[in-house]
Design a protein around this ligand. Structure first.
Ligand code: R5P
Length: 228
């Protein structure tokens, strides 16, 4: 069975009636959204907040009831993927360009469950170039400022044109190599006017489900609220 699907299924099984669920973005969250849709057909009652326009469309196609932040005060549980997961539950996200909305939803969530295959587990973040969402106006000076922090930057493109996020912004993929101090790097990036958000999600995962050839490994952050 697909390792991403295995992990996503286990996370989706933890969702209970009445919950407001954050729906992540990407090829692993895809499986969780499908499993939730199946469970809804079997009677599960939830409302969901999507983390991207793509996920929103998918949820609508699968008849998953949606709400917005105008309707709710918090999200009970979010299920999302990640590009890298460190042993201290830091993440790199944004490979699909959805990092801003993913972070907003994660920050409003009581519990964040990350679903991934075992290729995403790393000892130290940084092999995956860090996605940084930037404002298009003045992107070149923003890129130069980011380079001075010690990386090579690549403007993400689709079909020769800048990839545009759901928020109308662009993404710089920033190759820092191994990131020794993710908090310091995140703070430095956030000081720059053109930076909207970074793909560094610090201590962001409460529960991690890793799909492997031998089944799913579940990891729980010890200082986090336990899901009942
Ligand atoms: O912007 C996209 C997200 O952060 C994804 O959750 C992340 O890139 C992981 O995606 P996938 O599950 O497809 O590897």
């Amino acid at each position: 069975m697909d390792k991403k699907m295995l992990a996503a299924d286990q996370a989706a099984e933890m969702i209970k009636d009445g919950m407001v669920v954050g729906l992540g973005t990407g090829s692993t969250a895809y499986w969780a959204i499908h499993r939730l849709s199946q469970r809804i057909k079997e009677g599960l009652q939830i409302r969901a907040v999507p983390t991207s326009e793509h996920t929103k469309q998918m949820a609508m196609d699968l008849d998953i009831p949606l709400v917005t932040f105008a309707d709710i005060e918090h999200v009970d549980v979010t299920i999302d993927g990640a590009d890298e997961i460190s042993p201290d539950f830091h993440l790199i996200k944004g490979g699909g360009g959805a990092l801003y909305r993913e972070k907003v939803v994660a920050q409003q969530s009581k519990i964040v469950m990350i679903v991934a295959d075992d290729s995403k587990q790393v000892e130290q973040l940084g092999a995956f170039p860090l996605p940084v969402e930037i404002v298009p106006f003045g992107w070149e000076p923003t890129a130069r400022q980011i380079q001075k922090l010690g990386c090579r930057t690549t403007l993400r493109k689709t079909d020769e044109r800048a990839f545009t996020t759901d928020n109308g912004n662009w993404i710089l993929d920033c190759d820092f190599g191994r990131i020794d101090d993710p908090s310091a790097l995140h703070r430095s990036l956030k000081m720059l006017t053109g930076v909207v958000e970074t793909g560094l999600f610090l201590h962001a995962a409460d529960l991690v489900f890793i799909g492997t050839n031998d089944g799913v490994i579940r990891k729980e952050r010890s200082d986090t609220m336990k899901i009942k």
